[in-house]
Design a protein around this ligand. Sequence first.
Ligand SMILES: Cc1ncc(COP(=O)(O)O)c(C=O)c1O
Length: 476
Amino acid sequence: MTTNIDTEADPAATAQLTDVAKRHLVMNFTPVDKYRDAELPVFVRGEHISLFTDTGKRYVDGLAGLFCVQLGYSHGAEIGEAVRDQLAELPYQTTWSMAHPAAALLAQKIAQLAPGDLNRVFFASGGGESNEAAIKLARQYHVTRGEGARIKFIARRVAYHGTSFGAMSLNGMTDVRKMFEPLMYGVRHTHNTKRYRRPRNETPQQTTDFLLNELESLIIQEGPDTIAGIFMEPLQNAGGSLTPPTADYFPRVRELCDKYGILFIADEVITGFGRLGSWFGSIHYGFQPDIITFAKGIASAHVPLGGFVASDHIIETVLDGPVGMFNHALTYSGHPAACAAALKNLEIMERLGVVEHVVDVAPYFAEALDRVAQRHSNIVGDHRGDGLHRSFELATNHDSRRWDSERVSAGDFVNNHLNPALDEVGLLCRVAIDAEGNPLVQLSPPLVSTREDIDEIAGLLDKAFTIATNSAQLSR
Ligand SMILES: Cc1ncc(COP(=O)(O)O)c(C=O)c1O
C-alpha cells in the first residue's frame, strides 16, 4: 500500500477513502447519481484477471480495464522494474532534436510489428492525442503536396476516437460531441458495419456493397479533393464489436482511398497489440493503412503511452517539404519511463506467446458466450465480435430488434437490474445504452485469460443475466 490509508487494518478507512475520492476526484464520463449518494468502488489490488476492492471484494475483470490491460494484473512488478531501471539511468529526455535508447528501440520494435512500410513512429500519451497527431500529419502531408484543400475527414457513425477537439470531432457519438460544437470543421460520418439493423435478407456481401457505395457517394458529394483522410477502427468498439461484413470490406475502402488520394488511418487504440489475435487489427483483416494510431495495449496500460506509426512515404514527404519537420510536439512524446514499460510489456507478450494464445482461445470465448446468448435468448438480440472482443446487444422484441418491454425500459433494466446484478456476481464489463436505445454489454478480457477464466467470465455473466431478468420480471 503506497497511500497512508490502510483499509485492511482499519475498516473505517474505507469510508474515509471513498469520501476523499468523492470530494476531490473528478470522474470520467460518470453520471453523478452513480456515486454521489451511492457506493463508489475503490480498487486497491489486482492479480491475473482479478481485481480486489478496499473491502476485499473480488471482481473478475471482463474488460481488461478499458480494453487495455493485455497482460492482466500480475506483471506490474516486472514492468515496474524496467521502469525503475530506466528512471535510475535516465528519468527524462525529449525526442525534440535528440533521441534516447528506449524511444528509439520501441519505435524500431513497433515498425517491425506493423504491416508493410509503416516504419515511422511518433509517440503521444494516449489514444486521443494519437489521433490528434494523425489528423495533423494527414493535413500537413496534403499541404506539403500542394493539396491544402484536403481538410476534411470521414469517420464512422457511433465510433469513438477520443475527447480532445480534433479527436472528438471524429467521434460519431452525438452525445459526446454536441455540447462542444462547433468542432473541427469538415468531419463527415458514414455508416458503420453493424449488420443487426440491416434488412434480414441482406447477405454480408450486399452489406459490404451498400457500405462501399455509400462511402464513395459521400466522397463524391463532398468533393474528393477536399478529403484528407478516413479514420476507421478495424473492429469498431463503440456500437458493440462491429466487424467487417466480408473480407473485402477494408481492402475496398483502401481502393477508394487510393482512387481519390485520401489517407487511410486505422485507429488501433483498441485493436492494436493482440486484441484480435494479430499484432494489429489491420493485419488481422488483411489491409494496409497509411497510418495506424495506437495506445492502451502497447504498455498493457501500465503507463500512459500512445502514438502513431506512419508510412515512410508520408513522413519523407513531410520532412522534405518547406517546413522540414513534422509540425507537432509534446513534452512527453517518447518519455523514457513509458517506452521502457512498453518494451518490457512487448517482451513479456512475446515470451508468453500472448498473441498466439488469443488465436487459440478466441473460438472458445465465442462459443462460451454464444451459449450464454442462447440461454438468455429472451433478452439477447445479437452476440457478435472477434478475437477477445465481443458484445451482446439486448432486445426484448426479436422482430423489431428493439428493447421494447412495457415492464421495464432499457435504462431501467441497465441501471436497476443488470448493473446491480453484475456487481453482485463480481463481473466487470461495459454496459451502455447504444445509439439506437438497446442495452449493450461488452466483454474484452485481458489477453492472458485462460479457458478456465473464460468459463468463469461466461458463468458470471450467465448468473448476472438470470438475476437481472428475474428481478425485472422479464419472462422467458
Ligand atoms: C478506438 C479508440 N480511439 C481512441 C480512444 C481515446 O483514447 P484515450 O482515452 O487514451 O485518449 C479510445 C478510448 O477508449 C478508443 O477506444
